[in-house]
Design a protein around this ligand. Structure first.
Ligand SMILES: *Cc1c(COP(=O)(O)O)cnc(C)c1O
Length: 542
């Protein structure tokens, strides 16, 4: 080997692990484009987008035609993955038999591999339904089935109580439960489902069954200036206090990984272990809402000392070792466009507490989804999910994925746009209260105007703030409590290059430089509806 090549190899290598720019540009993406889609529209068509926005979509980002977006569509990271060639190839091998198709068995084996020992093992010894993997067409369908059966089995057991919450609860916790009593419990048995933070459909499904969803985020969760590495954690003191006094009314404890709020803030394994100890002490089962399990494992590897040298797969196994079950939307870290699952550990605390649960779920699925072994999905989709689960835990995939989201957030921050930090795994949140701080005049729903102006610029983002989470009582607005006022830019997996995202930063920069000129909006339709941000129509004030 000549000295000069060794010299250059050393030089090339020196830069490759630099996390800062420009050093990071020495490392290319770990994949290349295999298929591309040319746009049917151009970034220059500003007037055309304005006309569509006003005349067709009523300034509502959800109603705007996706084929007229020439830039980044950052409405959601859910189901918007670009699939790999290996996934497309696997789809050709799909087995479309009715039930128990080949894809199901492959997927079950893949779940055991991805999530570790004890998951998805078939047990024929117990008689009746022995499956522990139940497929659904997406996450919320699994949630709906899960909570429907849960509430029915709780009622059948007849151990509920409508007595007021215990006086032993921390006063703040007690008042939070009491504030939900009127709307949620329908005067019947009081059941509480705690979580670090429930996703909105999980919360909706829990409320729909007359149970109370209770968020116990760690204190750092909403502190705007706190650079805390595991903002997604649960407050374990509150959890312990809750279970100490109300364990009989808590059928199970949830943990959302990553915690969606704030753009996918991670949960530490230390927090998971503490929750497991507390739930075990009180005899309460413990479940994950596992949509972004791989992204969570990546943050654990980077931020939790014990795991710096562990593989992602090993970290995932360690996380899932502590759970009695989980549900997952495979539209996120399954790297597919549609799919969901519910998994119950065969000999876990939940199975012991609800021995007939699997029967209940199976009946529900036969009525609503077809059969647990396909859950409303074509057999070929199951093949794509298995392949996606193999890709999502690759170190180089996660480096590229999370690195891109973090870079995007950092560029926004450096452009003077106030974003929640540290940046999470799948989205960047812009803090509107800070963005508009100091601007004068009428400020009704400027988050809606921001998303509308971004659409005219050529990109789609989503308001998650005073409009999405507030409500209207016929006379006045009731803002969300605690106050949330964000615009979210969620990044689809494997879909965009940095250049695309940097063009979003530049569009935001134009808005920031001219923030005094951003108009308020009138709500033309739907202000008093439930889930109003999906349906409403608006017009610019000026
Ligand atoms: C997306 C999501 C769900 C719901 O899954 P869908 O597939 O969209 O129905 C539930 N929980 C979390 C944390 C999610 O991100």
């Amino acid at each position: 080997m000549s000295d000069s090549t060794a010299f250059f190899i050393k030089k090339f290598r020196e830069n490759i692990d630099t996390p800062e720019e420009p050093g990071q540009w020495y490392r290319p993406r770990p994949y290349r484009n295999a298929v591309v889609k040319f746009r049917d529209c151009s970034i220059d068509d500003f007037e055309q987008r304005r006309d569509i926005l006003i005349n067709e979509a009523g300034l509502n980002a959800f109603l705007f035609r996706a084929d007229m977006i020439p830039g980044c569509d950052l409405l959601s990271d859910s189901g918007t993955t670009t699939m790999t060639m290996d996934q497309w190839a696997a789809m050709l091998l799909g087995d479309e038999s009715y039930g128990s198709n080949e894809g199901y068995f492959e997927l079950r084996a893949q779940f055991a591999e991805t999530f570790g020992a004890g998951w998805c093992e078939k047990d024929n010894s117990s008689g009746g339904s022995s499956e522990s993997l139940f497929l659904f067409h997406q996450g919320r369908a699994a949630e709906n089935a899960f909570f429907s059966i849960l509430v029915r089995q709780l009622a059948a057991a007849g151990k509920g109580s409508s007595a007021p919450p215990s006086d032993g609860l921390m006063p703040e916790l007690k008042s939070r439960i009491e504030s939900r009593l009127g709307t949620n419990s329908h005067g019947k048995d009081l059941w509480i489902i705690p979580s670090n933070s429930h996703f909105d459909t999980t919360q909706g499904n829990i409320e729909d069954k007359g149970m109370i969803p209770l968020n116990l985020p760690c204190r750092e969760h909403l502190e705007k200036d706190e650079i805390f590495p595991f903002r997604g954690n649960m407050d374990v003191e509150e959890l312990d206090n809750l279970l100490e006094h109300e364990k009989d009314r808590v059928p199970l404890v949830y943990l959302t990984i990553t915690n969606n709020t704030g753009g996918g803030q991670p949960v530490s394994i230390d927090n998971i272990r503490k929750i497991r100890n507390i739930t075990r002490k009180h005899g309460v089962p413990f479940f994950f809402d596992a949509c972004r399990f791989a992204e969570n494992a990546y943050f654990v590897k980077k931020r939790e000392d014990e795991f710096w040298d562990s593989s992602i797969v090993k970290i995932v196994h360690e996380m899932f070792r502590y759970a009695d079950g989980f549900h997952i939307s495979l539209k996120k870290d399954g790297l597919v466009n549609m799919g969901g699952a519910l998994v119950i550990r065969k000999d876990g605390d939940f199975s012991k507490k609800f021995p007939n649960f699997k029967e209940g779920i199976t009946d529900h699925q036969i009525m609503a989804e077809g059969h647990p072994t396909y859950g409303g999905l074509p057999g070929r989709d199951l093949k794509a999910i298995s392949e996606g689960l193999r890709t999502v835990v690759r170190d180089e995939y996660l480096d590229a994925r999370i690195g891109q989201v973090v870079r995007f957030g950092r560029h926004l921050f450096e452009a003077g746009i106030p974003v929640i930090r540290p940046i999470g795994g799948h989205a960047v949140y812009i803090d509107l209260d800070r963005f508009f701080d100091g601007t004068a005049g009428d400020d009704e729903f400027k988050g809606i105007s921001m998303t509308a102006l971004m659409l005219i610029a050529g990109h789609r983002v989503c308001e998650l703030g005073l409009y999405a989470f507030g409500s209207y009582d016929g006379e006045k607005e009731i803002p969300p409590e605690p106050r949330v006022n964000y615009v979210r830019a969620a990044v689809p997996r494997l879909a965009y290059e940095d250049q695309d995202l940097f063009s979003v930063v530049e569009a935001f920069r134009v808005l920031a430089d001219n923030r005094d000129r951003i108009p308020a909006v009138n709500v033309e339709y739907g202000r008093d509806l439930s889930l109003r941000h999906f349906k409403s129509r608006f017009s610019f004030r000026g």
